[in-house]
Design a protein around this ligand. Structure first.
Ligand code: UD1
Length: 397
C-alpha cells in the first residue's frame, strides 16, 4: 500500500511560542521514527513570523531549545496590533498558497497565533490550536482577544486543563473539537530541567561563590521579577504602585529583573531609572549585600529556568511563568488582577496581587518569612502533552 505524507506547518512568532513548539517538533520526529510501518508520515515546516526578532527574544531560544532553523522567516517585526497582525496575515497567506499544507498548528495567544489561524481558515486549511480555552475574562488584554478569536475558528482545540474545556463548551464549541491533553510548556520545562541545572547564570550574577570544597551555595535569597504587560508598564501610575512595593521588598532581598524591551523603553519614557540598578551578567555589580532592583537583559530559556529554580519568590505578569512556578513548587505572585490559568491558583503556588502595593509587600513578606503557599502539580502536566497532540492529529486527519 502507498504511504501518504501529511504536510503540517508549525508557527512561531514571539518568545512564549518557542518553548511550546519545541516539544511538538520532538513528538513529530518521534512519531515518524516509531511509526515507520504506518501509512502516514508527517512532513513539517517551521515558520517564524518574526514578531520577536532580537537575539535575546528569539535567537537564543532556538539555541537553548535545539529548535531547527525555520524553513521561512516572514520578518514582520514590531508595529501596532493591526499593523503586526495584518502583516503576518498577508505574508502567511502567500506562503499557504505556495505550500498548500494539510494542517496549520498555532500555539498560545500572541498576535502571530491569531493572524496565522485566520489566514489559514479563510483558505480552508484546518487549524490546530495548542493551549486553547484559557480565559482571563478581561477583554482589555490583547491576548484575550487573540485567544477568543483563535478558538472560535480552529478545528482542533488542545487544552491544558479542565477549566479550559469548560470555557470552550460555554462558548458553544462542539465537544468533538476539544481535546484535554495537558500542557506543552510543562513538556519543555521537564525535558530541559537537567540542562538548565548546568547554566552558570547564578555565578554570572554573583549569586553563588565556589567554596574550597567545590560547592556553590547561594549567597543570598532573591526574588525573580518579570514585568511587561501594557496594563502594568504603559501606565505610569500603575507602574509606580508596583515599583513602590518592589523598592520596599528589595530592602530585604535583592530583586533580579530580566527586563523586556518594552519595559526598558517605558522606564526611559517615564524617567524611572533611579529605582533600578543596572546589572549585566557580563559585568555584574550585584553582591549579596546589594539589595535593590537589579535590571538585567532578557535571559535565555535555560538561564531563566535555573534562576527560577533557585528563587525564593517569583513575581510576574507573564502567563507561562505562572505554570512553570507551579510545576517547580516555587511561590509565585502574579502582578495582575485576573489570570487565564486559574488552576495555578486552585492547585498551584500562584497568588494574584495585581498592582496593589500593600498586598504585594504583605504576600512577599509572608513568603520570605516561610509562610508562603504550597501547591501541587495539576493532572496531566506530565511532560507528554505534545505526544498526545501528535497522536490525535495523526490519527484523526
Ligand atoms: C508579546 C505578546 C505577549 C507575550 C510577549 C512575550 C501579543 C499581543 N503579545 O508582547 O502575549 O507575553 O510577547 O514577550 O502578541 N521588541 C524588541 N525586540 C523584539 C520584540 C519586541 O525590541 O524582539 C520591542 C519592540 O519595541 C516592540 C515591543 O517590544 O514594539 C513589543 O513587542 P510585541 O511583540 O509587539 O509585543 P510584546 O509586548 O512583546
Amino acid at each position: 500500500m502507498r504511504k501518504c505524507t501529511r504536510k503540517w506547518i508549525l508557527v512561531v512568532g514571539a518568545r512564549p511560542n518557542f518553548m511550546k513548539i519545541a516539544p511538538l517538533i520532538r513528538a513529530i520526529d518521534e512519531y515518524n521514527r516509531s511509526c515507520q510501518s504506518s501509512l502516514v508520515t508527517i512532513q513539517y515546516q517551521l515558520i517564524h513570523t518574526g514578531q520577536h526578532y532580537d537575539l535575546n527574544m528569539s535567537d537564543s531560544f532556538f539555541r537553548d531549545l535545539s529548535l531547527p532553523e525555520p524553513n521561512a522567516h516572514l520578518g514582520v517585526g514590531s508595529g501596532t496590533h493591526a499593523e503586526q497582525t495584518g502583516r503576518v496575515m498577508i505574508e502567511f497567506e502567500r506562503l499557504l498558497q505556495e505550500e498548500k499544507p494539510d494542517l496549520v498548528l498555532v500555539v498560545g495567544d500572541v498576535n502571530s497565533t491569531l493572524a496565522c489561524a485566520l489566514a489559514s481558515v479563510k483558505l480552508h486549511v484546518p487549524v490546530a490550536h495548542v493551549e486553547a480555552g484559557l480565559r482571563s475574562f478581561d477583554r482589555s488584554m490583547p491576548e484575550e482577544i487573540n485567544r477568543l478569536l483563535t478558538d472560535a475558528i480552529s478545528n482542533y482545540l488542545f487544552t491544558p486543563s479542565p477549566d479550559a474545556d469548560e470555557n470552550l463548551k460555554k462558548e458553544g464549541i462542539l465537544q468533538n473539537k476539544i481535546f484535554l491533553v495537558g500542557d506543552v510548556m510543562v513538556d519543555s520545562l521537564l525535558f530541559n530541567l537537567e540542562k538548565a541545572k548546568k547554566s552558570n547564570i547564578l555565578e554570572q550574577l554573583n549569586l553563588t561563590q565556589k567554596t574550597s570544597t567545590g560547592h556553590c551555595p547561594l549567597l543570598t535569597a532573591y526574588c525573580l521579577l518579570t514585568l511587561h504587560r501594557p496594563s502594568n508598564v504603559d501606565n505610569k501610575g500603575a507602574f509606580l504602585k508596583i515599583i513602590t512595593a518592589l523598592t520596599e521588598i528589595s530592602k530585604r532581598i535583592p530583586i533580579i529583573f530580566p527586563a523586556h524591551p518594552r519595559t526598558r523603553k517605558q522606564i526611559e519614557i517615564f524617567a524611572l531609572q533611579r529605582y533600578f540598578i543596572n546589572s549585566s551578567p557580563h559585568a555584574p555589580c550585584l553582591t549579596p549585600q546589594t539589595c535593590g532592583i537589579h535590571i538585567v537583559d532578557p535571559l535565555g530559556y535555560l538561564d531563566f529556568l535555573k534562576l527560577m529554580m533557585h528563587s525564593t519568590i517569583v513575581m510576574t505578569d507573564s502567563g507561562g511563568i505562572q505554570e512553570e512556578t507551579t510545576v517547580l513548587g516555587i511561590p509565585c505572585l502574579t502582578l495582575r488582577d485576573t489570570t487565564e490559568r486559574p488552576i495555578t491558583i486552585t492547585h498551584g503556588t500562584n497568588v494574584l496581587v495585581w498592582n496593589d502595593t500593600q498586598k504585594i509587600i504583605d504576600e512577599s513578606f509572608k513568603i520570605i518569612d516561610g509562610r508562603g503557599k504550597n501547591g501541587k502539580c495539576p493532572e496531566m502536566w506530565d511532560g507528554k502533552a505534545a505526544e498526545r497532540i501528535v497522536d490525535i492529529l495523526a490519527n484523526t486527519l
